[in-house]
Design a protein around this ligand. Structure first.
Ligand code: SOE
Length: 386
């Protein structure tokens, strides 16, 4: 029986536009899905480059204004992979036009923006999802099951870091391709919304709601040339962010994100310590879960490094033979496969926009705490839903 076509319009053709396009193409090749993604249109402002991108990835058409695809009758899903300042406007218009909407993280530049996006998709009743892709790493999914089954027992501690080093040079401008992440007007915040948001999303998913935070942020390079004006302008983003937090379940957390950790390129690590067991995961070694179980026989008790490549590990039966690894791009493929599976069952797949809002509520509280030097209660909207 033929699959139902799902016509996609992608907005944005940067690094994330590629990860999403790859997922649209690969998901139906490796997973048995109720829908067949059709790459209908790609949108970006630069006409020459958007046509080239359409050719490379097999999009049927290219547009330079996102409004065109929102209006098109032959589009089912609008996928937003453009800079953060465009997320809300496009998502709200697409939802109002009855399109399904998927959006890169962070959902909004602020929780208020994210709230408006949630109201739009929920009001229109359209499927929605935020691309917090690290939830789809097989080792992290396995950890989620172990936690949910109670294997770790009562949770005491959660800690996560996301360390990079690519903005240390003071010569780097703010604004423009990739570097819009340094422009607070476009990005909304610095590492808090970009990197710490990943740590928070995974933490809310694994360990439940965060109730309060105390944080500090720092901007190490105070002025950078702005690509729009050609002049040195003050830098409004946070270059580093560190935070203590309490979870609803009584456990304590430590979070850190920076782009000034020389030598670290994308070192996302997390650790969780429970009454019976602890686990550690590291993006640079993403197919391994480090596991310690206190109930093991004393003489051989110790940390084990589990290679998550067997067919009974999450997602792995869809890939190669046991022992062979997968990588970063597969997390997007898994996420899109789950999205299509969810559509087939008539539901949105987490993380939904409401989950994205929950993360934005925590990052807003972190930024407010850093600005006021006070503990902040996290708003009720951060209640974890999926
Ligand atoms: C920033 O360098 C970045 O590309 C983030 O924007 C992504 O979300 C993260 O996964 C990798 O680093």
């Amino acid at each position: 029986m033929g699959k139902t076509p799902l016509n996609i319009a992608l907005v944005g053709y940067g690094f994330m536009g590629k990860t999403h396009s790859n997922a649209f193409l690969q998901a139906p090749r490796f997973f048995d899905l109720p829908y067949q993604p059709v790459l209908k249109a790609v949108v970006a402002r630069n006409a020459g480059r958007v046509h080239a991108f359409a050719g490379t990835w097999g999009y049927e058409s290219a547009e330079t204004d996102w409004r065109a695809v929102v209006e098109r009758k032959d589009i089912d899903l609008v996928d937003i992979a453009s800079p953060n300042d465009t997320h809300a406007e496009i998502a709200i218009a697409a939802a109002r036009a009855g399109k399904m909407v998927t959006c890169e993280k962070p959902l909004g530049r602020t929780a208020a923006e994210a709230q408006a996006m949630v109201s739009a998709v929920e009001g229109a009743g359209v499927a929605n999802m935020v691309w917090y892709n690290y939830r789809r790493v097989p080792a992290v999914v396995l950890l989620k099951s172990l936690i949910d089954e109670g294997t770790l027992g009562r949770i005491f501690h959660y800690r996560a870091q996301f360390l990079q080093d690519w903005t240390i040079s003071a010569d780097l401008p703010q604004g423009g391709e990739g570097l819009w992440r340094l422009d607070v007007g476009v990005a909304g915040s610095g590492v808090t919304g970009d990197l710490l948001a990943h740590c928070i999303d995974t933490a809310l998913w694994l360990n439940g709601s965060i109730t309060e935070v105390t944080a500090m942020t720092e901007t190490f390079i105070k002025e950078r040339t702005h690509t729009q004006t050609g002049r040195k302008e003050p830098v409004g983003i946070d270059d580093a962010s560190a935070c203590l937090a309490r979870f609803q379940n009584g456990s304590l957390a430590l979070f850190e994100a920076t782009r000034y950790a020389r030598g670290h390129k994308a070192l996302y690590t997390l650790e969780i310590n429970g009454e019976h067991a602890s686990a550690r995961w590291d993006l640079h070694d993403l197919h391994r879960l480090q596991w310690f179980d206190h109930r093991d026989e004393g003489r051989v008790r110790g940390w084990r490094s589990v290679h998550i490549t067997d067919s009974d590990h999450p997602y792995m039966k869809h890939w190669w033979v046991p022992g062979l690894q997968i990588g970063y791009e597969h997390t997007f493929i898994h996420q899109f496969a789950d999205f299509l599976q969810g559509l087939g069952e008539g539901r949105s797949t987490p993380p939904t926009f409401r989950d994205g809002l929950a993360t934005d509520c925590v990052t807003d509280a972190i930024l407010k705490s850093a600005a006021t030097r006070q503990w902040q209660t996290v708003s009720a909207a951060s209640v974890k839903v999926g």
